[in-house]
Design a protein around this ligand. Sequence first.
Ligand SMILES: Nc1ncnc2c1ncn2[C@@H]1O[C@H](COP(=O)(O)OP(=O)(O)OP(=O)(O)O)[C@@H](O)[C@H]1O
Length: 367
Amino acid sequence: MAVSREVALGEIDAVASPRGGTLVADDLVRALTIEGSTVRFVLEVADAAEAEALKPAEAEVRRRLLALDGVDAVQIVMTAQSGAKRAPQQPQQGQGGEAPPKLTIGQHPTGPAGPQPILGVDHIIAIGSGKGGVGKSTVTSNLAVALARAGRKVGVLDADIHGPSQPRMLGVTGRPASPDGKNIEPLRAYGVTVMSLGLLLKEGEAVIWRGPMLMGALQQLLQQVKWGELDVLLIDLPPGTGDVQLSLSQKAAVTGAIVVSTPQDVALIDARRAMDMFGKLKTPILGMIENMSTYVCPNCGHEAHLFGHGGVKAEAEKLGIPFLGEIPLELSVRLAGDAGRPAAMEPGPVADAYDRLADRLVQGGMA
Ligand SMILES: Nc1ncnc2c1ncn2[C@@H]1O[C@H](COP(=O)(O)OP(=O)(O)OP(=O)(O)O)[C@@H](O)[C@H]1O
């Protein structure tokens, strides 16, 4: 039987914190969840020095929880939030408490080094491509709705920081709320939980972050968004091999990457480069997808292969990487993407192709 929240909290509260009280009394514990035999929570620390000082307490609390009947796994994430307070905040009587800090996206990265899981998220899949415009964002939004239709809890993080397109493709508008100035409430569309930097910027506003600022922004989107319980989080990467890919592999425990390409030779050359980069970053490659594969003329039914056909499958076989499937080239895909209602929502060959793809990921234990 699963351990109760009270019992788990009691064990956590028995461990002393470096601030002088206990982990609970010193207000370091966030988002405690118990799912089956797994206990998860966040230890919110002020800075990297405090994270280091907390290591013995973290080890002790892990040992105590694992000793409980019904607990087989303990996942503790340490996050250092900008503006985290060193002492518990009690609203001052008669003063209505302290105003929430302003949420500022684009800060220097904080917290422990190394890839971190996202609390409540089972799989993190990065969707990448070598070349721009091959349909990586389109594949991400359509695959997300197909996975949601298959009963999975799905999130999409638009990490295409320089050209975020998920808000348009999934038809979400409006600024995500942040009632406490720290956590960000994601938006929902077609059963998918969505967050994009594009939703936090004014339309047309350019972002020119590089290096540490970019890493900080990505870290905030990964850790400060209230993703909730997700079977899979799809991350729409910018094209190519750059800072975002590097930051993501350094900050998030990515399950693996899917590389989207058209069958065209020039796209395949760049796709190979992207896969080489994922290899160097030690991100497993889950497979390749051929987008804009076959075009079927809606008038006469003639099949044409505008960008070739089968090139991605052949490439995947050559590299010993799973080939996950092909998506047809259809005008409806572009129109639906522009209209904010993914083509996979309507029954037809495109929806079928995405359903097969979603099924492949679910059967393979990837989503
Ligand atoms: N299978 C398809 N059939 C028809 N049009 C498609 C298909 N896939 C993508 N498109 C269209 O191609 C264009 C580029 O797609 P998308 O923005 O998804 O590419 P991307 O690889 O994410 O590009 P970026 O370089 O901006 O990241 C969009 O207009 C999209 O609607």
